[in-house]
Structures are given as structure tokens and as C-alpha cells.
Write a protein that binds this ligand. Structure first.
Ligand code: ATP
Length: 636
């Protein structure tokens, strides 16, 4: 390989050094194509020399230890890592901390310090498989002396590290690799490597090969969206090749697929324009929590959240009630639904705020306080057959045929078909009166397949807020807080929020927020944020260091809040979407207001920089800019 990556003997385990070398090459460039080329070359070597290690290589690239939906995460606390680095280097934790404060990154510090340490009997070189195995062991350690056991294992790895290995090992343990390797790029590189492993493809003319590679990437991404499990996909890919993959890896109950998402629209007229020549249906947009409900052939039921978290422990009542809602002979299915708070006495939907008071863990069906009713709007799998490729009309017909509505427990999403704007307006008004958020408008026949993980233009959301002239809300990560004064003494008075830039893997400050909180919100937020305090900002936070803006307390990226804003402006101090709207300046929210905590979103699922930088998610139409003193304002 021309760019100096490490080679190893065919048939032997992939050295961790070879992976770290590839990480270093990727880390040194921001060019997408270059990143793709480095990773493809490495993965192709793995396929040719050590195919059994391919799954482990992919997990380490993703910085995961198993399928995302299994929810096992690394993210070892900073203090444990500092202790482990101190032990491995023979230095004090204090001096390591000082280095981190100066250099901003424990991985870099570990690498620099490790270099000075000599061992009498060097342990054997690390392999990708052994590192993943140890990372899994570390993640599984619980109980009393877990901290010491974790430090011990990390220490053993660190002692065996060479060259740049400590840097990437520490970053993996922190839970953030930060080399600009997004999952979509990994999938693409894996597909290219898989296709190029066929000598026929390698020998093709450039144009033909490019077409084969692009087809391979599309196939692999499609398969992954339906069955997000590399442990199953990679062995099948190695045995059957990518073109045949959809025959072997299909959507299956028990494995949550990534839900289809909707596009915001500004008005019903906008909807009618977009769907001028297609058949469409309008559904109530229920305001609760997305619930993907699976029944597997054994009779087990699982409920998954929008981000594939297993919610079965939160909703034992749904699990318990499920057998009454499907007809005899129904053996397996995947339903796409919204779980909504329900008033049993008045037989009506309650607002989202009521649902948000429901406990998330250790819930017993018998003592559930907040009742929920499930509104099903799609059927993605039925009795051994995936339905994602069918039209919504077909999927809905099967939903009606095989399921039974049980008042206050299970219902089908209310829908109506009309092209008359007044009729749709009336339907929307009824939805809002019924405590719904608005409407979802979906193509019904042509181009109406279910598109997992896509924010599709075949699903349009019309929220009451958009119609009131407000934009869509933002889901932002809380990265810092300011100590409260006066009435807010003892809690935080304001917070620093950030959006996520997937390309750069960084959180970019977008606004300071202090409005929209009740007193009890502030008390709860103080308590829930405190465990996430970190001594200094992460090296991947982009913010402006100034007396007015630098928070008193920093948080690890964890909490995501939904926030409303009156407007957006190009900002001299905030960094969201920098480079997208203005070359050097970011975007900030004007008059931000706290709406609610988004328990169902991870920090990386916060509104991303691309969304802030374009009108799509926002629903604000900032088409032209008006120069103003101190910045540029968007005109609505
Ligand atoms: P996004 O999912 O767009 O990132 P979000 O999670 O804030 O943002 P919304 O913008 O409110 O969600 O809209 C999509 C959500 O609406 C779905 O994820 C689902 O939970 C909910 N929903 C309620 N009713 C329906 C319906 N009839 N069809 C599809 N989704 C519905």
C-alpha cells in the first residue's frame, strides 16, 4: 500500500497497530475521498488476509462493542482513565491532569507519556480481536470493586501499547474516536472493500467499477438500515457477496430497524404543492413517544424507542396488553407506533408533558400511574415477511386486517384522504383539539415504500407550531451551565447548548438559554446534570472563550433538550454550522426557550450542523440575508 500502512501475515490476526496506523492516516486528512480510500484499502487487506477479524475491525472503527440496539457502551469516566494512564506511565494522576489541561486530550497525553516508559519484558503486540475482547470485558464489569478491575484491564492494554496505539485506545475507551469517521463512511468503505475483493471488479474499467462500487454501497446501506447488526451482515457478505446480501439479511423481529423520519412543511398549501400528482393520506400526528413494537415467533414482545433503545422495561403494560390486539394466526410482526398518555376516565389523549412524567426503569405493570394508548401507523413485517418494500396502502390494509382496536389500549392512527385544502384544514384542527401535534401527510401508493432511517420527502409533517409562524424545534446538547443567582441560587441559572457536527465530530455552541424553565425544572435539571460534570471542556467542543459565555460548569455530551427559537442569526460568538452559512461565523438561536428533555435522543442525535445550516428541519425560511451591525440577520 503506497501510503505506508502496516502489513501482516495472511492468516494471522490483524495487529492493532495496523488499525491505528489507518486511524492516523484518516486523522491527518479532512478529505472525504481520501478517508474512504484509506479505510477501503485497510478493510480490503483484512478481507484478503484475516477475514475472521473483519467484524472486530468494523466495531473498533465505529467505536462500539456490539450492535447499537444492545445498548452496551464504553464511555469510561475520565477519572478512571487518568488513573489508568498514571499507573501505566508511572506518573502521578495530578501531572497527567495537568497535561490534559494543557493539551486538551487524554489520548494524546497517554501517547506522549507512554513513549517514555520502558518495559523490561514487552508484552506481545496487541491485536484488533484482543483489544475488542478486552473492551467488551471492561464494559461488562459491574459491582463493588469495578473501578479497580477496570483500571487493571486498561492498564494491561496500555502497557502492551506501542507507538500511536495509546492515543486511539484511550479515545476508544472515552467513547469518542474523533478522527472524522462517520458510520456512513464506514459502511461505504466496507462495501467498496467487499466489492473490490472480487478480482473481476478490480480489473474492470474505471467507469464500470465506479458503478459497481456505488451499487455495492447502496445495497449494504439498505441492508444495514433494515438489519443493523454487523455480526450478521459481515459473515453473510463474506460468504455470499454484496449483491446477494438482501436475500440473506432481512428485516427481522427482535432487531429494531432505524425509523423513517419526516420532512417539515410550512403550510397545507406547501403539502398540496409537493404532492400535487400523487395519492396521499393524512394521519393525526400523535404527541407521545415513538414505539416500534416487535413480536417474535416465540411469543416474546419488545418495544424499541426512536433510537433503538429497548423500552420493554418502561412499558410492561404495552407488553402485557399486546396479545389482545392481534388476531389469531398472527405469529410475528413489527409495528411502527406512537405511545401516547391516555386518560382512562375521560377516554382521551393527554399532552406529551404527562407522558414525560412516566418512570423509565423498574416499572411494574400493576403500578403504572400514567396509562398509555398505542396508536399504530405502520406495519413493517408480518408473519415471516418484511413489508418495507410494499406500498403504504398495502401495509395499512394488512394492519387493519390483522389487528384489533382495543379502546384506550390500541388503536390505528386516524387518517383521511382528501385533496381539498378545507377538508384537510378541518382534519388538522380536529387533530389539534384532540391533543395531537398536527398531521403527518404520506404518499399512499406510488413511491410509498417504508424508507428506514431516511428523512423522506414522502412523509411530511405539519405541526401546529409551523402554522402559528413558529419554526420547528431544535434538539440540542447541553454542554455547560452558569451558576444561578438571586431566585436561582443553588441551581443553574442558564445553560450553554450545542448542535452536533457529524463531519467534524464536534459539538458547536449555538446559544445560551435561560428561559422556559419552571422552578421545578431547574431543580430536576440540576440533579440530573450533575453526574455529567467534567473538569474542563472536551477538546471537541467549539465555543467562544469569553467572560460572558464561558460556562461555570462543563458537562460531558449527554443531555438533549428540545428548544424553540424565534429566529436564527449569523453569530459573532456561536459556532453552529460554521462554514455552511458564513465561511467563518456560526449560527445562533435568538430568544431560545426550553421545551422539554428529549430522553429518546442521544447526544449525537442532536440537531446536526447541516440541519441548522439549511432550512429543511428548521421550518424557518431564511432565504435572504440583511446586513446588520454586529452580524447578519436572516429575514423570514
Ligand atoms: P425527527 O424525528 O424529525 O428528528 P422528532 O423526533 O422531534 O424529529 P417530529 O418532528 O415531532 O419528531 O416528528 C416525527 C415523529 O412523530 C415520529 O418520530 C413519531 O414519533 C411521531 N408520530 C406521531 N404520529 C405519527 C404518524 N401518524 N406517523 C408517523 N409518525 C408519527
Amino acid at each position: 500500500m503506497s501510503h505506508g500502512s502496516l502489513k501482516w501475515k495472511p492468516g494471522s490476526a490483524v495487529p492493532y497497530a495496523a488499525l491505528c496506523k489507518t486511524f492516523e492516516l484518516i486523522d491527518a486528512t479532512t478529505k472525504r475521498l481520501q478517508i474512504l480510500a484509506y479505510l477501503t484499502t485497510f478493510l480490503k487487506q483484512v478481507i484478503e488476509r484475516s477475514p475472521d477479524d473483519l467484524v472486530a475491525c468494523i466495531y473498533l472503527c465505529l467505536n462500539r462493542i456490539g450492535p447499537e440496539y444492545e445498548g452496551k457502551e464504553l464511555g469510561i469516566g475520565e477519572s478512571i482513565l487518568i488513573k489508568a494512564v498514571a499507573q501505566a506511565t508511572g506518573l502521578s494522576a495530578q501531572s497527567i491532569k495537568q497535561d490534559v489541561a494543557e493539551q486538551g486530550d487524554l489520548g494524546t497525553v497517554a501517547q506522549a507519556r507512554r513513549g517514555h516508559q520502558k518495559t523490561m519484558f514487552p508484552p506481545p503486540p496487541l491485536t484488533v480481536a484482543s483489544v475488542l475482547k478486552t473492551l467488551r470485558e471492561i464494559a461488562n464489569i459491574t459491582g463493588q470493586s469495578s473501578q479497580a478491575l477496570k483500571i487493571n484491564k486498561i492498564n494491561k492494554l496500555l502497557v502492551a501499547c506501542k507507538d500511536n496505539e495509546p492515543k486511539y485506545l484511550i479515545r476508544s475507551l472515552e467513547g469518542k474516536l474523533r478522527i472524522g469517521l462517520a458510520e456512513q463512511s464506514i459502511l461505504q468503505a466496507l462495501a467498496h472493500a467487499g466489492a473490490l475483493a472480487d478480482p473481476k471488479v478490480e480489473k474492470m474499467g474505471e467507469e464500470k467499477r465506479a458503478a459497481v462500487l456505488s451499487e455495492a454501497a447502496a445495497t449494504l446501506k439498505h441492508v444495514y438500515n433494515e438489519l443493523p447488526n454487523y455480526d450478521e451482515i459481515i459473515p453473510a457478505m463474506l460468504t455470499h457477496g454484496i449483491p446477494a446480501l438482501p436475500l440473506h439479511c432481512k428485516l427481522r423481529p427482535g432487531v429494531p430497524l432505524k425509523p423513517m423520519l419526516a420532512h417539515p412543511t410550512k403550510s397545507l398549501l406547501d403539502v398540496l404543492n409537493r404532492f400535487e400528482n400523487v395519492e396521499f393520506t393524512c394521519e393525526y400526528k400523535y404527541d407521545g413517544e415513538r414505539a416500534q413494537i416487535h413480536l417474535i415467533e416465540s411469543g416474546d414482545v419488545m418495544v424499541y424507542s426512536r433510537n433503538s433503545e429497548n423500552l420493554s422495561v418502561k412499558y410492561p403494560d404495552i407488553v402485557e396488553a399486546l396479545p389482545q390486539v392481534f388476531k389469531q394466526g398472527t405469529k410475528s410482526f413489527v409495528l411502527d407506533c406512537e405511545a401516547v398518555a391516555w386518560d382512562r376516565e375521560k377516554q382521551c389523549i393527554l399532552p406529551f408533558q404527562v407522558l414525560s412524567t412516566r418512570k423509565r426503569k423498574d416499572v411494574q405493570a400493576a403500578d403504572v400511574q400514567v396509562q398509555v394508548c398505542v396508536f399504530a401507523f405502520d406495519l413493517l413485517y408480518l408473519n415471516g415477511k418484511p413489508l418495507t418494500g410494499e406500498t403504504l396502502q398495502t401495509r395499512r390494509a394488512l394492519l387493519i386486517e390483522h389487528f384489533i382496536e382495543v379502546p384506550g389500549v390500541f388503536a390505528l392512527a386516524k387518517h383521511m384522504e382528501s385533496k381539498d385544502v378545507e377538508e384537510i384544514q378541518t382534519f388538522l384542527d380536529e387533530a389539534v383539539v384532540g391533543n395531537c401535534e398536527g398531521l403527518m401527510v404520506k404518499t399512499l401508493t406510488t413511491t410509498s415504500t417504508y424508507e428506514p432511517s431516511k428523512r423522506s420527502r414522502n412523509w411530511l409533517k405539519v405541526k401546529k407550531d409551523y402554522l402559528a409562524g413558529l419554526g420547528d424545534t431544535f434538539d440540542l446538547c447541553v454542554i455547560g451551565a452558569y451558576v444561578g443567582r438571586g431566585k436561582r441560587t443553588g441551581v443553574y441559572g442558564a445553560f450553554l447548548l450545542a448542535c452536533y457536527d457529524e463531519e467534524r465530530e464536534e459539538w458547536q455552541s449555538i446559544c445560551k438559554i435561560g428561559t422556559g424553565f419552571t422552578e421545578s425544572d431547574l431543580t430536576t435539571l440540576h440533579a440530573t446534570l450533575t453526574p455529567h460534570i467534567i473538569p474542563s471542556p472536551r477538546s471537541y467542543y467549539r465555543y467562544t472563550d469569553s467572560p460572558n459565555l464561558t460556562p461555570d460548569v462543563w458537562f460531558a455530551p449527554h443531555a438533549v433538550w428540545e428548544v424553540k427559537a424565534a429566529d436564527l442569526s449569523v453569530s459573532p460568538v456561536h459556532h453552529a454550522a460554521v462554514g455552511l452559512v458564513d465561511r467563518n461565523k456560526g449560527v445562533s438561536l435568538r430568544f431560545p426557550r426550553f421545551v422539554r428533555v428529549r430522553e429518546d435522543k442521544k447526544a449525537e442525535e442532536a440537531t446536526n450542523a447541516g440541519q441548522v445550516g439549511c432550512e429543511n428541519v428548521v421550518g424557518f425560511c431564511f432565504v435572504c440575508f440583511v446586513e446588520e451591525a454586529g452580524g447578519v440577520e436572516f429575514e423570514q
